[in-house]
Design a protein around this ligand. Sequence first.
Ligand SMILES: Nc1ncnc2c1ncn2[C@@H]1O[C@H](COP(=O)(O)OP(=O)(O)OP(=O)(O)O)[C@@H](O)[C@H]1O
Length: 618
Amino acid sequence: MRFLLRCLAYFRPDLPRIVWSLALTFLATLVGLLQPITVKVLIDSVLGNKPASGWVDGLFVAVLPASKEGQIIGLAAIGLLITITAAVLVMVQTMASVKVGYYGLRHVRSDLFMHLQRLSLAYHRSRPQGDSLYRLSSDTYGFQTILNIIVGNVLVSIVMLLVMAWVMFTIQPMLALISLVAIPLLLWTHRWANRAITAGWEEAKVADSGLMTVVQRAVASLWLTQAFRREKHEYQKFRGEVDGAMAILFRVHWREVIYTLLVASILGLGVALILGFGGWFVYRDQYVTGAGEAGMTIGKLYVFLAYLNKFYEPLNKMTGSGSTFAQATVQAKRVFEVLDQKPMIEDPPNPLAFPKQSRVIEFKNVDFEYLPGKPILRDVSAKITPGNMVAFVGESGVGKSTILSLLPRFYDVTAGSIELDGLNVRSVATADLRAHIAIVLQENPLLPATVAENIAYGVPGATQEQIRAAAEASEADEFIKRLPEGYDTILNENATNISGGQRQRLAIARALITEAPILILDEPTSALDPQNEQLITATLGKLKGKRTIIIVSHRLSTVADCDEIFVMEGGRITERGRHDELILRRGPYYRMARHQLKLEDDAAPPASPVPIPAPGTV
Ligand SMILES: Nc1ncnc2c1ncn2[C@@H]1O[C@H](COP(=O)(O)OP(=O)(O)OP(=O)(O)O)[C@@H](O)[C@H]1O
């Protein structure tokens, strides 16, 4: 019940429309109830010449003309009018409920989308993207289905059941009791089927979202497939997933059709009982005891059978929608599974004020592990003064990128702390913290939008001048002006219509326009040719003193100009200093430099700082 109320809460803002829709449904149902009366009046009063029994019949007879022909035509016209009125009411009700459904769907999707954005990178990296897409695009429909079934079906059906039961009892109490036999049988069948079908849908949804993941991965790595001629293998993998999902769906549908068969048989049994007992009552009252109008008549039996259909209709609907309902609850549960995930990175309850400005950054005895018991960083301490350019260097996998991702709190440290001007990053709002930091990675996502829009992503409403200034600072202006539409050139998916170096310079422009006091660059030049590397190194050189720059790079030519270089080994900082100091020390940095800068193996420590070859010459 709590689960259903939680689902329905998404539709609460539309409560007046739900009430209106319900009222229309009842009205349409009531109007529909008048339909069998036209036949009863035709059989009993017009053709059978019996007096009208009851005030509704009397009302019908009263509006009919005197002649038999006129009465028959009149009843046909009334029947038509009733049908059209009920259909119009249903039409208005349908539109009202469709609106309620879609508004609710919008709420659910917005909630889920927002929550997915709040969930940490750790969450998203541990799950297939296709699964999140599936939950957002497909599973959210479950809420709409639950509303439609509860409001448009269950509530109306329960009222209809009560009304019909009362009407049938007034016609023939014994027949009414017999017709109730179906209810316990239906309840028992429903209990069994609901469990089996829900379990089936749970399995089916996992398989279906797995299919989405396969497609998403295949599209994202299409170049890999084509380059390594693995189309056949990928196709077979896809077919395997499709076949697996289909087999599960077949199993669910088998359970559904068996359930439908059982429901139809139970309702059929009810109708058969009424036909048998009802027919016998008519025979007894009209041909044996001669009770006449006071007993069971053919007209009454007809009306009873018509109402029996209307009595069974909601039962049929309720049980018939049982499978759809089971599927919808599985979908809604999958949405709640994500909504109930607590974001790992949360703002403190009372964040301290933290206006954007240059600040001293300090890593204090930082330990970090992605997985419990598997330390990546150990006792890392480093102080970076505003305006300085520093670098973390070291072999692949030592934890350099990990350090960068701790500063904007993509992950939280396991022990120790990171402080800005002495304030722990955990004591300020994440948005305020991240406003201090602009990030450039080795591979930067660019959007399928214009070049100008991509640069201005972090500063919506940036002027043309700001965009141009950022592009000039990142040495991107030249190439942008040469693009077919200049700054208005639209980048295609993954920005493959510009080169890797150009993408990198756009990413730097996008970072610079934010005027964040801290600029983080993770391997900004590793994918670039010497000429582009030189351009970017020159850009960074110009920013020195204006922003705090933290670089992770393998290329010593990119970091040689830094105010401080932190050398990392096995998750620890083992050496620190300026390039020339580190070379003189003949430690791990020197060993790295020896290969890259082609220093003589046994060369004596140079008396003066080692000249750094200009980027592009090593
Ligand atoms: N999301 C993650 N979950 C678990 N382990 C991870 C995750 N990301 C990185 N690692 C592990 O953490 C270690 C450090 O990774 P990191 O990317 O920080 O190294 P790096 O020094 O930047 O390497 P490279 O120079 O190759 O980029 C590696 O052993 C890596 O396997």
